[in-house]
Each structure stands twice: as C-alpha cells, then as structure tokens.
Design a protein around this ligand. Structure first.
Ligand code: IMP
Length: 430
C-alpha cells in the first residue's frame, strides 16, 4: 500500500515542493489534494529555478501528476503555468491531468477576496488574494462550477453570464464598482477551458487503478497544518484542509491505503499573513533568517514573518496528521548563528501548553518556553550524511526529533535537489 502523503507541519512554505520533487523520482503518480494558486513552490534543479502554483513539482520528473478533486483551479493561471513550463522544456501535456470534480476559481473570486479583506479592516486575514476563500465558499454553498462543467460550452455559457452578472451586483454592494464584463470574461473562460480540455478527466478510475496495482502514489498537500480550516489558527487560516485527512477527501484515496505521512518542517518557523505566531522574532535575527532563507512569498512576494522552531506546533502536527517521519528543510539557513533557540511548550499565565490551544486569544497570549542551542557556525551545504554534520547541528536535529516525536528521514541543507542528506530513505519509500 505505498501511498505517501506529504503535509506541511507548520504554517506553509516548509519546502514541500523540494520533497515532492525528491519523492516523485520513485513515484508512479503524484496527486495534489487541496488549495489553489495561493500555493507556491520553488524547485531548483541544477541551477534552474522552477516556480509552481498549481502543478505538482513532480512534473519535472516526468511523473503522472493530477490536480485532485479537492483543488480549486484558476483556469487562466493553469494555462499560464502550463505554457511557462512547456516553454522551459518540461513536457506537461503528456503528464498532467485535472479532476473534473475540482472547482473553478471564477474571475470574480479574487475580487470578492479583496473586497472581503477590505471589509475586515484591522481584522483582515492577509489572504493571497487569489480568490481561494470565495471559491471554496461557493463550493460549500453548492453554487460553484466544476472543471468538468466548463467543458459543456452550451450548458455553461449561460450560467457563467448569469453568475457574473449576479456577482457584479454583490460586488457593488461590497463597494467594488469595477464591473466585470460578463461577455468578455465568459469568452476568456471558455477559451481557457478549451485549452484545458485534454487535461480534464474523471480521475477516480485512474486513482483506483493505481491503488489496485499498488502503484507508488504521492499525495501533495499545499499550505500547512496550522492553516487548516478545522485544525489551524481559525480564522487566520486558508479555506481547505492541508492536513492528512484532506489528502483523502481531496483525492478519493481511502485512509486505510495511506502508508506514510511525511511532515515537512523548516529548521525554524515562518508565517505569511496575519494571526498569532508565538515564536516570532524581530530585529537582527529576523533580518538574518528572512534574508538567508529568502523568506518572501512565491505567490505574493510578501516578506514572511520568521521565528524560532516551535516544537509545540510541530508536535501537534505530528499528532493530527499521524506523521510517520519528517523532513527538516533549510537547516543551512542557521549556519551563521552563534546560538539557535527552540520552544518545546508555552506558558499562558499559570497554564503550560504542550500543544497549541484552540482558543485564539489564549494562543495569542502564549509565551514560548525556550531552550538555547550552540550554533555550528559552518557552511553545511556540501554535507551529504548526518554523521558528517557538525556535532552542534547533529544535536540540534536530534533535539527537533525529540520535540516532535518522529524521526527525520531527510535533512535539506540547500535549495538544490542535490543539497539533501537522505538519512533514512526507508522512511520515505520502499
Ligand atoms: P488564502 O489561502 O489566500 O485564503 O489565505 C489565507 C491564509 O493562508 C493567509 O494567511 C495566507 O498568507 C495563507 N496562505 C495561503 N497559501 C499559503 C501558502 O502557500 N504558504 C503560506 N501561507 C499561505
């Protein structure tokens, strides 16, 4: 039953793309389970940088890749991404499929996203403005359009026009007076659908067949556990389920077929957008982590908030996802530090928490209980085995394993695919 699920164990941007890329080499099928073009992966292969928003990075390996039913697809963005990758010599056409059950991010969804953020004022979420929340709202309200429906031009042309006209009126009420041109938007959408026609299929038979054949399947979650609509820091979350449960509902793979859940953790923590972040740092360390880690959003270019490794968050992720192993990324970013801190618990008044409290006010008032570790003060990017790491770095990694309660299967020491210590590959694949 070789189904491996990859989840972000923090607030997203843990470097999942690199791990999916690594695992894709040994996979027959890569399926993305949720989210949309709010996600952003950067993968560097032999000095060439590839950026992905929708398409699983497994496409670089020539592995069959699927956008699963739980994804929300912006057709214009997907067309653009396919063209960009094909232009770089990647054969997308032969390898990508899109579930006909996936929902469409309609042209008005990003506008609603922006209007809702404006209306929230100081309580804004800091969304990526890609229309993700409004697209999922429509899905749950049962007024969404699915990718499969776009292929029936006759049926959907009228519905698209009606929806755009209706949403124009709603947007006006929200103070957005930029009226969408229903005819032009409909034409553009139908043209994109035509370009995407070869990719859109019912992906259930393919997934089912892969499961029957015991094919090696990698499920790629976007974002991270703490952004999960149910288990994250609500309301400062995304609108889907980046946790392992979402891997099932977003692909049609049953829970009892999952063999491994690999949680990706950065050797420190980052967060984009608003909401509590107990181990956030400011000043010199903030600048160092952000600049050495290139902590700027792939999708929005926003500087990411940065902080120390939060064992409370990662341990919770290990629990709710059933993590069987973790991959620690960006360890090299800490190379120049004299000392590195980690937090294993929080204190809020008299209470001590070893997991993130569900009440946001309590979570926001949590003070991390830190431990300080000696820095290794050495460039580790050329090291390829755990034994060769400086002893301080080995101790740091062992400490993270102790905090999280799962072993590190691999340690990333640089952005390139090769810059990886594969410490325990049996935890990653058979
Ligand atoms: P949305 O997903 O655009 O609705 O944004 C909701 C929250 O999730 C915001 O705080 C975003 O910054 C965050 N978010 C969405 N996608 C990502 C991601 O891929 N990485 C990190 N944060 C994300």
């Amino acid at each position: 039953m070789p189904v491996t699920v990859i989840v972000g164990a923090q607030w997203g941007d843990e470097g999942k793309g690199k791990v999916v890329d690594l695992l894709s080499r040994n996979a027959d099928l890569v399926i993305r389970s949720q989210g949309g073009s709010n996600a952003g992966h950067t993968v560097v292969v032999k000095g060439t940088t590839y950026q992905f928003h929708l398409i699983p990075s497994g496409i670089l390996e020539g592995t069959r890749c699927v956008l699963g039913n739980g994804v929300v697809v912006d057709p214009a963005q997907l067309v653009k991404e396919i063209a960009l990758l094909e232009g770089m010599g990647v054969d997308v056409r032969s390898h990508l499929l899109v579930s006909d059950r996936a929902h469409v991010v309609m042209p008005y969804h990003p506008r609603f996203d922006a209007a809702q953020e404006r209306a929230r004022g100081s309580r804004k979420i800091g969304t990526t403005n890609r229309g993700i929340g409004p697209a999922y709202e429509d899905k749950v309200r049962r007024t969404g359009i699915r990718m499969g429906a776009l292929l029936d031009r006759e049926q959907c042309a009228k519905r698209i026009t009606e929806l755009i006209e209706d949403r124009n009126r709603q947007l006006e009420r929200l103070g957005d007076d930029l009226v969408l041109d229903a005819a032009a938007e409909r034409t553009a959408l139908l043209e994109e659908a035509e370009l995407l026609r070869p990719y859109i299929v019912d992906t259930y038979p393919l997934t089912d067949e892969a499961l029957r054949k015991d094919a090696r399947i990698v499920v790629e979650g976007a974002q991270g556990t703490m952004l999960d609509i149910d288990l994250g820091t609500y309301p400062y979350v995304t609108s889907s389920s980046p946790t392992a449960g979402g891997a099932c509902t977003g692909t049609g793979i049953p829970p009892n077929r999952i063999t491994r859940v690999i949680g990706i953790v950065k050797a420190y923590t980052t967060r984009v957008g608003e909401g509590p972040f107990p181990t956030e740092v400011s000043g010199e360390i903030e600048t160092l982590l952000r600049e050495r880690g290139h902590e700027y959003g792939v999708t929005t270019g926003r500087p990411r908030r940065v902080g120390w490794f939060d064992g409370t968050v990662a341990r919770y992720s290990a629990g709710v996802n059933g993590m069987t192993a973790m991959v620690i990324t960006k360890t090299d970013v800490l190379d120049t530090l004299d000392a590195v801190s980690t937090a294993g618990s929080y204190r809020a008044g008299e209470a001590v928490f070893t997991y993130p409290p569900s009440d946001l006010g309590t979570f926001a008032s949590c003070i991390p209980e830190y431990e300080t570790h000696a820095g290794w003060k050495r460039d580790i990017s050329s090291i390829r085995s755990r034994e060769e790491l400086p002893s301080e770095c080995r101790e740091y990694i062992a400490h993270l394993e102790m905090l999280v309660g799962v072993p590190a299967a691999a340690i990333s020491v640089g952005p390139d695919r090769e810059e990886t210590i594969l410490d325990n590959p049996s935890l990653l694949w058979d």
